[in-house]
Design a protein around this ligand. Sequence first.
Ligand code: ADP
Ligand code: ZN
Ligand code: ZN
Length: 732
Amino acid sequence: MSGVETPPILRVAVPVPLYGGFDYLDLDAQDPTPIGSRVLVRFGRRRLVGIVIEAGVESELPTSRLRPIETRLDDAPVFDDELLALLRWAARYYHHPVGEALATALPVALRRARTDQTPNRHRGWQAVAATGTNEPAAHAKRQHELLDAIRTGEHAVAHSHLLARFGSIHAPLKALQQRGLIEEVDLPGALEHGSAGHAPTLTDRQREAVEQLARRSTGFHPSLLEGVTGSGKTEVYCRQMAEALAARRQVLFLAPEIGLTPQLIERLRSRFDATIGVLHSQRSDGERADVWRAARAGDADIVIGTRSAVFTPMPRLGLIVVDEEHDGSYKQQDGFRYHARDVALRRAQQRDIPIVLGSATPALESLHNAQHGRFAHLKLAERATGAALPPVRVIDIRSRPLLGGLSDPMLAHIERHLGAGNQVMVFINRRGYAPALSCHDCGWIAPCARCDAPLTLHGGGARLQCHHCGAHEPSPAQCPSCGSKELIALGAGTERVAGALRSRFPDVRLARFDRDSVARKGRLESQLADVASGATQLLVGTQMLAKGHDFARLTCVAVLDVDGGLFSADFRAAEHMAQLVTQVAGRAGRGDLPGEVWLQTRHPEHPLLHRLLTGGYDAFAQAALAERREAALPPFGYLALLRAEAHDLQSPTAFLAQAAATLNTDPQLACLGPVPAPMQRRAGRFRAHLLLHASHRARLHPALDHWQRVLGELPGARRVRWSIDVDPQDLL
Ligand code: ADP
Ligand code: ZN
Ligand code: ZN
């Protein structure tokens, strides 16, 4: 009896927190389901979307006990062999369940149980040959901005791009359309078409870097491009990208939080006659899925995206650029805790293509790799425009009164620059009005009921909000502990600083940049446009201001609080502080006017801060690396963290003690803890962790493999939520 041949067995990765794949029968022996495609399967009582990761496997279960898959969702694989291999490597390396890792890499729209759809059409706008008579009135500012943006290139501009950039655009677009200046067109997929734009003559330093990269344009060649702020790194990437595009190769460009740096997208769009797909969190699920499909089909020449874009399928991939490679947002901090820069390096190696990591303030790991010859080290020590780097000086605020976080000398500097008609940026890495509310009489501090942390004041002091769990409540009128009505705001956040500056400089236009103030779509863009036009003279904000902005009249940067980074439990805190200070400082004096930077501190003599101020980031990095070597911390040692949390105090530590006991003694591997997390209670859960420390990576991974097999079976495992974090960014 032929024809009833048993279908082959498929191993399917299912998005559940269990390691390994699960076996199912294929539907049809004659027509096998391709590896890398999505299937709908029954898992317990649920139906889940899984990915076929192997076919023709020998199952440990008898065939009679295997269920068939229910439906095939794709005709062609969503992941090609290369990407599947990368993801399986990443799941192993980060010790994360493979099904969850694969699901993380899929666009949200494709995680649903729907068959793969053809791309949607997308709206776009195109300029109509100008007649010169119908231009909008001079006061119709928004119309002019839109028209300029649409006229930038010879191709149509996506509606979504304009929306993200300008916010409310309905009326002005309509007006322009009625004037016959623009017309609506359909864009294929979610791609945009860039236009070949002017390339500046390279500076000597840029040319050296470009030539070095050109010599390494095929094969796996990682390079670290270390260029001071404003040194023209983007132009160097562009030259290498142009070469890859000319060879018909795709380019993957990773950047942190692109939504915050629309200037970058604009620059690439007005530079390359190529199709560009942009992947970031402000795009809809449908748009992201369309860009992803276009990339997979090889239609997108350039893909620009944040962290998760590292998993975009690109069959013609020939170059990867990781801009601001030091940025903490490249590491996912929950679920599948991968580091996009490190995954990108692996991907480049696997594909045998070059990769460029760029930064003004490289991560200590990357500097270490460059110093040991694993990366080529290219340096741009001067600004491309010839502008000088601003001097950075401190204001010792010990025993000085602060007004809204600002000392008198700082206010005097700000006043001097504003008086000269220039722009000033005030940086404080804390949003809200003040970081805590306290009772003047008894010292009570308003706590979060669910976290071991004080609540932050917002709304001018009227509201309390927890930055860890999101809880919020109105501020109390009197102290719940002693009844006193003398409640005071401790310290200052962006809101309070902005308020103090407004009352001190009532005639100066000020804009605040933090997550609260630019939450509304288009708001950030319009605020940035007002800074670029010179209308806004004073900027107050968080690290949002540190990113890539370029304002010609900005001559003074004021940094209000660097001390948090000097005395933190987090071993990377000093590195982050130095990066942030250097990046914000780099916003000053980029145009023709010289700039200066002032830092307020209570610890002007702190050795690392002193190193940074006298020798710059390089000198700081050497000192910080020496400290890391001393303590055998990364990159001189390898870390993994086992975290556990539960609603009661004991379970996490009990579970972690059991986990520690399962390890064999290995003199090369230290297991430290269990210890409570620095913030022990968060969102109502108690947290603790166990730190694994090894002098060689090879020692770390066998222990983690072992844990991966046994942790789920430990008696305490059912009482906790646990997770493994390889190469943790912090120990918090
Ligand atoms: P980075 O990314 O290193 O901070 P950018 O690439 O943003 O620097 O360049 C800083 C400024 O210098 C930009 O305004 C850019 O247009 C300009 N620039 C870059 N390269 C050149 C060049 N070769 N000649 C003139 N201006 C340049
Ligand atoms: Zn009190
Ligand atoms: Zn809380």
